[in-house]
Design a protein around this ligand. Structure first.
Ligand SMILES: [Zn+2]
Length: 85
């Protein structure tokens, strides 16, 4: 019975060692450029919005949302004083 436990421990140890080795190799291998030569934009599809002031398109995460509209920069926000229109 003790021999079975030792054998099991050895098998588990080898298995764990192989796994950690494969993981370390995956982390250290500089093969990402060969596997994914595309731009990050292709792998990260993001909703594009249009600036309500100048009409430029930009990712929604970079846009400033204001009253249901999007703007590319703070200076393109409509004048909040209400003097116009
Ligand atoms: Zn703009």
């Amino acid at each position: 019975m003790a021999r079975i436990l030792i054998l099991l421990a050895v098998v588990l140890g080898v298995f764990w060692w192989l796994r950690s080795r494969a993981e370390a190799r995956r982390h250290s291998a500089p093969r990402r450029s060969a596997e994914a030569p595309r731009a990050p934009a292709a792998t990260h599809p993001e909703a594009m919005v249009q600036c309500a002031h100048c009409g430029v398109h930009l990712p929604q995460s970079e846009a400033i949302a204001w009253r249901g509209l999007h703007y590319c920069r703070r200076s393109h926000l409509p004048d909040d004083s209400g003097a116009h229109s």
